[in-house]
Design a protein around this ligand. Structure first.
Ligand SMILES: C[S@@+](CC[C@H](N)C(=O)[O-])C[C@H]1O[C@@H](n2cnc3c(N)ncnc32)[C@H](O)[C@@H]1O
Length: 283
């Protein structure tokens, strides 16, 4: 007998309690974050949320269930979630040899970025010095430290909650010799100048305004920037032109520019990463 998927088991149980019409409104998608399940419930199911929370807990074998209504607009990008089942607390998301611990009600975790995390982990060359300007809880810094064998990663975040999880995650992944966690705003934090081989700018909707901050951190002979941004499917050229202009004004040359699509970001918009090879500065 083929196994019935948890979503379908939830639907069947809920249909028994609330009827076919309401059961048809249940979401088919969800995010699994360690022991937590995160889903979007439509308003029509609001009064059923606690009954549903219990069903999801049981059918998914989860310890907490959240409904989510997007990501906050502030710099922290805190998820707008509400607990509907279980008691909340911390979860641990594992991927390969990497483990990220955090509280899903205070910290976002984009499962859609997982492939990009693998790409970054494999792009690092042994011995490189890296700067992660929007480190969060170590989304990129941890897999890069574990897989890529860089000599050092300076990981900066200005949200004290994210920073405290970053410190915890560096410790639990045993990468304390490689990762230096820094609490502060990357625009004013003291960071080593002219030492980085590669800099991550993983901030949405756009890290472009931070490129100017990143450039003096790169080695004089050049290095890589990985610039996350959201583009409208037809507006990519504009972003590239803006980037070229920042480099020109800073007296740095553009040696290579690649684009990598991470995920869809709403209708006709996508999250992309610009892989920018910056050349030496003007003599
Ligand atoms: C939510 S994360 C990005 C998500 C991540 N790229 C992923 O893979 O899921 C963005 C982080 O940037 C931090 N941040 C925003 N502005 C900052 C700044 N100026 N300096 C340092 N950290 C900043 C926020 O505190 C937050 O932790």
């Amino acid at each position: 007998m083929p196994q019935v998927a948890p979503v379908e088991r939830v639907r069947r149980r809920f249909e028994g309690a609330a009827g076919k019409q309401l059961a048809a409104r249940l979401p088919t998608g969800y995010q699994r974050l360690g022991d937590a399940v995160v889903l979007r419930l439509p308003a029509v199911l609001e009064e059923w949320s606690h009954a549903l929370g219990k069903i999801y807990l049981e059918e998914f074998g989860a310890t907490m269930v959240f409904t989510i209504d997007g990501i906050g607009k502030g710099f922290r990008r805190t998820p707008k979630v509400r607990l509907i089942g279980g008691e909340g607390g911390e979860v641990t998301v594992r991927d390969g040899g990497c483990a990220w611990t955090f509280d899903p009600s205070r910290i976002m975790f984009s499962a859609g970025n997982m492939e990009e995390r693998h790409r970054m982990a494999n792009i690092v060359e042994a011995g490189e010095t890296l700067v992660d300007l929007f480190a969060g809880i170590g989304y990129f810094s941890l897999p890069m430290a574990l897989t890529g064998k860089p000599s050092r990663i300076y990981s900066v975040d200005k949200n004290p909650v994210a920073y405290s999880y970053l410190v915890k995650n560096v410790w639990q992944n045993r990468v304390g010799k490689t990762v230096t966690a820094i609490l502060g705003d990357n625009r004013v934090s003291a960071l080593p100048e002219a030492r980085a081989d590669r800099i991550l700018l993983g901030y949405l909707p756009s890290s472009l305004p931070y490129v100017r901050r990143a450039l003096p951190l790169l080695r004089p002979e050049g290095g890589w920037l990985h610039v996350h941004t959201v583009v409208s499917v037809r507006g990519r050229k504009k972003t590239e032109t803006a980037l070229q202009e920042v480099l020109r004004r800073s007296g740095r040359s553009l040696e290579r520019l690649g684009k990598h699509r991470v995920k869809s970001y709403g209708p006709s918009r996508e999250h992309v990463v610009l892989d920018v090879r910056v050349g030496p500065g003007d003599p």
